[in-house]
Ligand binder design. Structure first.
Ligand SMILES: [Zn+2]
Length: 125
C-alpha cells in the first residue's frame, strides 16, 4: 500500500475566492508500484483462465497472455514514484462539495467545478 499523509491545499477561483481543506496524499514507491503491477498481471492471467471454457471468447486468451507483461510494465512505470491526492473540498465560487482526485506532479492543479462551471486552481498552502 502506498504511504498516505495529510496535505493542506488551497482552492482559488478566478475571482480570488479561496477555500482551504485537508486531503490525503499518497506516495507510490517502487515496491508499491511493482506490487500493483503484479496484481494486474495475476488478474489478467485469471481472466484468461476463466475464458477457457467460453466458446469464441477463448480466442482472446493468447492476446491476453501476450499483452499481460506489457500491461504490468506500463502499470509499474505509471505508478512508480507517482503521487496522488484525494479528498473532498468546497468550491471557492459556490461553496458546494467538490471531490478532489488527481496526480500532483505539477502544481498548481487546475479544474472546473461540475456544479457552477467555475474554474479553480489547487495550490499547496
Ligand atoms: Zn462551484
Amino acid at each position: 500500500m502506498p504511504t498516505t499523509q495529510p496535505l493542506t491545499i488551497c482552492l482559488v477561483d478566478t475571482q480570488g475566492h479561496r477555500t482551504q481543506t485537508e486531503v490525503e496524499r499518497q506516495e507510490w514507491n517502487k515496491k508499491d508500484a511493482s506490487s500493483k503491477a503484479l496484481r494486474f498481471f495475476v488478474g489478467m492471467i485469471i481472466v484468461a483462465l476463466l475464458m477457457i471454457p467460453i466458446p469464441i471468447v477463448h480466442f482472446g486468451i493468447p492476446i491476453i497472455l501476450l499483452f499481460s507483461p506489457l500491461v504490468a510494465f506500463i502499470v509499474y512505470k505509471v505508478y512508480s514514484g507517482g503521487t496522488d491526492i484525494k479528498g473532498e473540498a468546497k468550491c471557492p465560487a459556490c461553496n458546494e462539495a467538490l471531490p478532489i482526485r488527481s496526480s500532483c506532479d505539477h502544481w498548481p492543479i487546475h479544474g472546473v467545478c461540475p456544479n457552477c462551471k467555475a474554474s479553480y486552481s489547487i495550490e499547496q498552502c
